[in-house]
Ligand binder design. Structure first.
Ligand code: PHE
Length: 448
């Protein structure tokens, strides 16, 4: 045990850990997921529900996942068993199945992003929406899709095989500052578009009280919160297992969640002005997954060279955000192969990537399949969130106690988190889970 602990890699600094966790959280979910979920009718009600879920439910779960990881110093698959015995093995399995499922389609969407980036760089942008749709369907068709998916997986495997410090930490330290600079630049640029005001008001002030109780809006709010924060999936457990004993878990949870939420909101401040300025509102309503990949190039195509530069910045930004998320998804199975079977990191990384490639093939072939895996995976995340809060709140509350004491947390923070993980979080997440499963079942039965 001791040997295992001392040979385990650690983040070289607090900043390294926070950046890696933010790198995992900030991804296509913020840019693509947020835009499409908030535009599908929920409007401001969706944003409000999402913020509430983050604040009331996700923050305590963050601390719960951190505590579980740091306390057990194990990868996500083993951590629940180490903490509470073999009855909790199913949670370990969930922590393997969910990231593999998400990575399998995430890499496909990364492929689309890369393709549009390369097109903007070397070819140019579409003239109108028809041309953009044609370009998207050619990207989203067979062989071209595979190239982007395979490239992204290999790049992810390569970074993860470098390890915690030389791979994951290093790439996040480079990418995250670039990402923030690009983001601020794009928000400012979008603010000067003709109809930016209309875009903002449709995004933030389009409030319909009935939407607060709409079950699809509720499912979207839960899905978006868990997906965007990379919660309920074991990533924060795994990343915290490389943490030294002193770092302050609650304040790091707040930092990571706020940065991620700010990026999500900022992404809306970019996409909505574009959509309204270029009159793409109808397209965005009828499409879901493809929104980002059709409307944005079309909008920017009307701006000549300047538009092209913005497209390069936007899709470059999205790709950078995505790669730092993909590596976190890969790290969960990879760290499990290392911890449980003593395999070499290099081998584990490429074996994981290969299996994910195989599982991702149907998502390459069918966008509908991809969308269904996405909906299902989001349910797994909410279920994971429920189980983690139940585990830490009810089964092994001592783990939380020890870790909060190590973090030097004040009695008030301790009481709040203990109370919340026992009586508030599990109940709200359970309700969210039931509503989400119900909504998804209705959606699926309607579509048969
Ligand atoms: N949070 C990432 C995003 O918003 C996606 C992700 C989900 C990454 C779950 C890891 C785990 O794109």
């Amino acid at each position: 045990m001791r040997q295992e602990l001392s040979s385990r890699e650690q983040w070289s600094s607090k900043l390294g850990f926070v950046l890696a966790a933010v790198g995992s959280a900030v991804g296509l979910g913020n840019l693509w997921g947020f835009a499409y979920r908030s535009s599908e009718g929920g409007g401001a009600a969706f944003v409000i529900l999402y913020l509430l879920v983050v604040l009331v439910v996700c923050l305590p779960i963050f601390v719960a996942e951190f505590s579980l990881g740091r306390n057990t110093s194990s990868s996500a698959f083993l951590a629940p068993i180490k903490a509470a015995g073999s009855n909790w093995a199913p949670l370990g399995w969930l922590f393997i199945i969910a990231p593999v499922a998400i990575a399998s389609y995430y890499a496909v969407i990364m492929g689309w992003t890369l393709d549009i980036f390369v097109q903007s760089l070397f070819v140019g942008l579409p003239d109108d929406i028809d041309q953009a749709s044609k370009i998207f369907s050619s990207i989203n068709n067979g062989n071209r899709d595979f190239i982007g998916q395979i490239f992204s997986l290999l790049l992810g495997g390569f970074i993860v095989s470098g390890g915690i410090n030389k791979g994951i930490e290093k790439i996040n330290k480079i990418c995250m500052p670039i990402l923030f600079i690009l983001l601020v630049f794009l928000v400012i640029w979008a603010a000067f578009l003709d109809k930016s005001g209309e875009g903002y008001s449709n995004y933030l002030f389009n409030f319909d009280i009935k939407q607060l109780t709409n079950i699809t809006t509720i499912r979207y709010a839960f899905s978006q919160a868990f997906f965007s924060l990379s919660l309920g999936i074991g990533i924060m457990v795994t990343y915290a297992s490389y943490l030294n004993k002193k770092s302050k878990l609650p304040s790091q949870a707040i930092q990571i969640a706020s940065l991620d939420t700010v990026v999500g909101l900022m992404a809306g401040l970019i996409t909505f002005p574009i959509i309204f300025t270029f009159g793409l509102g109808e397209t965005i309503k009828s499409s879901t997954l493809a929104t980002l990949f059709i409307t944005i190039p079309t909008g920017l195509g009307q701006y000549g060279l300047a538009g092209r530069i913005i497209a390069i910045a936007f899709f470059g930004l999205a790709y950078i955000a995505a790669i730092t998320s993909l590596i976190s998804l890969l790290e969960i199975p990879v760290s499990t192969l290392i911890d449980k079977f003593g395999l070499k990191r290099n081998f584990s990384a490429y074996a994981t990537v290969f299996i994910i490639f195989l599982i991702g093939i149907p998502s390459v072939i069918s966008t509908e399949f991809l969308a269904n895996v996405d909906s299902l995976a989001n349910i797994l995340l909410i279920a994971g969130g429920f189980l983690v809060s139940f585990l830490i709140g009810w089964v092994v509350p001592k783990t939380l106690d020890i870790e909060l004491t190590n973090s030097g947390s004040s009695p008030l923070v301790k009481t709040y988190l203990k109370f919340s993980l026992k009586y508030v979080t599990p109940i709200i997440v359970a309700a969210g889970l039931i509503v989400s499963i119900y909504d998804l079942l209705i959606k699926w039965t309607n579509s048969i």
